[in-house]
Design a protein around this ligand. Structure first.
Ligand SMILES: [Zn+2]
Length: 275
């Protein structure tokens, strides 16, 4: 179940178990991001954004020359979305932390096999490193979600300038990697939203995105346990959380191969989180 605070629109924090999982993950990203980018992303982010934002996602060269980035997006609601655009029988598959060259293609295969659409919450540096995968995700009809540059699960304790850099740089990286398709959602790492980050995301057309069922696939509990968690907790709500990066995700692939047909048998349809 969601903490009561989330239901009332207050800030969202994960449970203790969730923090342990994300704590382990942070080490992985810290190493990767530090090695690949150091502080240059922080320093260059603003100017790159200004220089390229007009060209990204614009419908024509004329618009690219004149339109300011903000004018190209339609603001969405600032509250954290959980429900499905397919209504009561909808299920939202959400897949975080990629794209990853080993696991994302396997997830795409399973999703295609069962006609399921998913929302991929991508880390900016991962998207930048694997633009081919971002384009494949979009071409298959899935949606993109901004999951920040560095996957800092303590973002809610950081200054607003840091939060905006993390969010807007990732938005730019993902949009460039996709060939101009913008992320439609924003999911704070570890659920570390703030009123400021939700408002900023919404102003950029990215609906803050929560989840109802944490499959804890990141802890590698076994495919059986992942399947069981989904079956047990689906009454909590339609948005399921999986991962396609950060380690061996074969259990997640196996679990999805069993969960997706079962959901179809139960009369569920695969949808997207509401915007
Ligand atoms: Zn994540």
């Amino acid at each position: 179940m969601w903490p009561e605070a989330t239901r009332t629109g207050e800030e969202l924090r994960e449970s203790g178990a969730g923090m342990t999982r994300h704590g382990a993950k942070r080490g992985w990203y810290g190493k990767m991001v530090g090695a690949a980018f150091g502080v240059t992303v922080l320093a260059a982010g603003a100017s790159v954004w200004t220089a390229q934002a007009g060209a990204v996602g614009s419908p024509s060269p004329h618009a690219a020359a004149s339109a300011a980035p903000v004018s190209e997006v339609t603001p969405v609601d600032v509250t954290i979305a959980h429900s499905s655009d397919k209504g009561e029988n909808g299920v939202n598959i959400t897949i975080d932390d990629g794209p990853d060259p080993v696991w994302t293609p396997q997830m795409l295969d399973v999703l295609r096999e069962y006609g399921a659409k998913a929302t991929f919450c991508m880390v900016g540096t991962q998207a930048q490193a694997h633009p081919d995968l971002v384009k494949k995700v979009v071409a298959a009809g899935h949606r993109l979600c901004d999951h920040t540059v560095s996957h800092d699960t303590t973002m809610d304790t950081k200054p607003q300038a840091y939060q905006s850099q993390q969010m807007l740089d990732a938005e730019r990286m993902i949009t460039e990697a996709s060939g101009g398709v913008r992320p439609m959602y924003y999911r704070a790492p570890g659920g570390a939203f703030t009123p400021y980050s939700r408002k900023l995301a919404a102003s950029r057309g990215m609906r803050p995105l929560g989840w109802n069922v944490d499959t804890k696939d990141f802890e590698r509990p076994g495919a059986d346990a992942i399947v069981a968690t989904v079956e047990r907790e689906l009454p909590n709500g339609p948005t399921l959380l999986f991962h396609d990066a950060g380690g061996d995700r074969s259990q997640t692939v196996d679990a999805l191969r069993r969960i997706l047909p079962r959901l179809k048998e139960q009369g569920r349809s695969f949808g997207f989180p509401v915007r």
